[in-house]
Design a protein around this ligand. Structure first.
Ligand SMILES: Cc1cc2nc3c(=O)[nH]c(=O)nc-3n(C[C@H](O)[C@H](O)[C@H](O)COP(=O)(O)O)c2cc1C
Length: 197
């Protein structure tokens, strides 16, 4: 089983990374293979909306020669896509948004010569997020965006793990959070295994 983990925080020692660390450790302990891609280290240009990808059936088909296609192929080659991001302006960070814009368009062909191809169909997707507001006010729009992204592209949405950053008023990571994010990793693996039996 393979998880493609897309890290959307610029702070590799920040809060999102603090949740990701025990999550990845738990994956390793369960024998789940992980591929971690730090999106701030990649070149992911914005979508130009040219729709040239809509005429290409057998791959993303974007005209831009940057880091997108390699990441898209890693997503398509995994069992579960994990999106890890701090909430910025009530959504994900900019490189992840650029990736999702391009993945939803290049991955779902409906608007050109090709109709009905969904390159990420059947993939599972889960999220890890951190935010300043309580999660129900800070990450609710992000979660709704993910649900609709999955519905549009034919992916299975598996849920979000989100915790609040109280800005130094208390340590971000504690025992409860660490255990809970480990449990989240286990729940994802169990759900995937269950559906394969
Ligand atoms: C530019 C910026 C925008 C942010 N926007 C929001 C927001 O809209 N809603 C929210 O709840 N928190 C917001 N936050 C708070 C972060 O989501 C929070 O501090 C997060 O834990 C940071 O994670 P990191 O340490 O991985 O960068 C914002 C933080 C920054 C730096």
């Amino acid at each position: 089983m393979k998880f493609c983990v897309l890290m959307g925080s610029p702070r590799l020692d920040g809060n999102t990374a603090a949740l990701l660390s025990p999550f990845l450790e738990e994956c390793g302990a369960m024998g789940v293979e992980t591929q971690i891609i730090s999106l701030y280290d990649r070149e992911i240009n914005p979508c130009w909306g040219c729709a040239s990808c809509q005429n290409v059936a057998d791959g993303p088909g974007c005209f831009q020669d940057d880091g997108f296609e390699e990441i898209f192929r890693a997503m398509a080659g995994s069992d579960v896509i994990i999106l890890a991001t701090p909430i910025y302006a009530f959504f994900c960070t900019a490189p992840m948004k650029a990736l999702l814009d391009r993945a939803i368009y290049a991955g779902t062909k409906n608007y050109g010569a090709v109709k009905g191809v969904k390159l990420l169909e059947g993939k599972r997707l889960a999220a890890i997020a951190t935010c300043g507001y309580p999660p129900e006010k800070g990450a609710d729009l992000w979660e709704e965006g993910l649900r609709r992204f999955c519905r549009h592209g034919g992916l299975e949405y598996m849920g979000i793990f989100c915790r609040r950053d109280r800005g130094g008023a208390e340590p971000f990571l504690n025992e409860e959070r660490e255990q809970a994010v480990r449990d989240f990793a286990q729940a994802i693996r169990m759900a995937v295994r269950g559906s394969e039996l």
